[in-house]
Design a protein around this ligand. Structure first.
Ligand code: R5P
Length: 297
């Protein structure tokens, strides 16, 4: 009888990991983690990992808070005899600082990739922000898979929105907007964005007059400060289009982002890569298929 793989959830990832374990018919356990009084991390595995493939499940929306615990858990699993130690990170952090934009800046995407590669055998994630790095293999030295949620987003839009006009708010989102629109046979346009700071963006629109009868659907990989979507939504309204539906992969929504964006939109939905009230698109089947497929490699 083959040994069932073991999914271990880092704190905050229990619900997601349970959904994934059900989809995989795998065993699930949580990782115990807490702080010592001085702030250092204590980590303990509550299930014996010897002889098993272990998938640590941790979305990396706030990586600085939990990354050491993740590394400690991976090392513990390996030391205690796991045959393979994988990281399942539905949202992969530190992909946007992929270039030294100003002298002296750290290229954190490279450093983070080196740290993850030194602790895990395999990384599975969903729509990492690949822009100047063309593929995860540019910076990750382990087997690293970037799954695409565009078909799931497209199917949600196709089912819930009538006469959608798919809109990418910037050139980086053209890849998602194009793929989504193609799958549901909808038109799409891509806007132009200039970023002036973490929370300041300027967005220019092409002529959208012919799409007035359509429901705008803004699609983006990440909503962080929410400014990209908020500015795009405002510009669309200024042009007389309907309030957009926003569909995002990773609902980071830092600070007041969600409260600022919500009144500007007809609806906001996201995948469950980062737990948020807008979650409407479940990623477990996508991740389960990838993990199952690659089980023997
Ligand atoms: C970068 O261009 C990404 O695709 C997103 O548009 C960006 O990360 C969103 O960030 P924010 O919500 O802070 O505008």
């Amino acid at each position: 009888m083959s040994v069932r793989r073991l999914l271990l959830a880092l704190p905050g990832n229990e619900e997601f990991a349970q959904r994934l374990a059900r989809a995989l018919a795998a065993d699930f356990a949580r990782v115990e983690a807490r702080r010592f009084p001085d702030g250092e991390s204590y980590v303990r595995l509550l299930v014996e990992p010897a002889g098993r493939v272990v998938d640590l499940v941790a979305t990396l929306a706030r990586p600085d808070e939990g990354f050491l615990q993740l590394v400690f858990a991976a090392d513990a699993a390996r030391e205690l005899g796991a045959t393979q130690v994988n990281l399942v990170a539905p949202y992969l952090a530190y992909m946007r600082q992929d270039h030294r934009f100003r002298p002296g800046e750290a290229v954190s995407s490279r450093s983070f990739a080196r740290l993850v590669s030194s602790s895990f055998d395999r990384l599975v994630t969903v729509d990492p922000h690949l822009h100047r790095h063309r593929a995860l293999s540019d910076i990750y030295t382990i087997r690293a898979e970037a799954l695409q949620s565009a078909p799931l987003l497209a199917d949600w839009i196709g089912t819930h929105v009538e006469k959608p006009l798919v809109i990418g708010p910037d050139e980086e989102s053209a890849q998602w907007a194009g793929a989504i629109a193609a799958r549901i046979g909808a038109p799409h346009v891509v806007l132009r964005k200039v970023r002036h700071g973490d929370r300041e963006v300027e967005i220019t629109l092409p002529d959208l007059e012919r799409w007035r009868g359509h429901q705008p659907v803004l699609v983006d990989d990440i909503a962080s400060s929410g400014r990209t979507l908020a500015v795009a939504a405002r510009e669309l309204s200024r042009r007389g289009l309907a309030r957009p539906v926003c569909v995002v992969v990773h609902a980071l929504f830092a600070g007041d982002a969600f409260e600022t964006l919500a009144p500007l939109c007809a609806r906001i939905v996201s995948t469950d890569s980062v737990a948020h009230p807008t979650n409407a698109i479940v990623l477990a089947p996508l991740l389960a298929a990838a993990l199952r497929d690659g089980a023997d490699r």
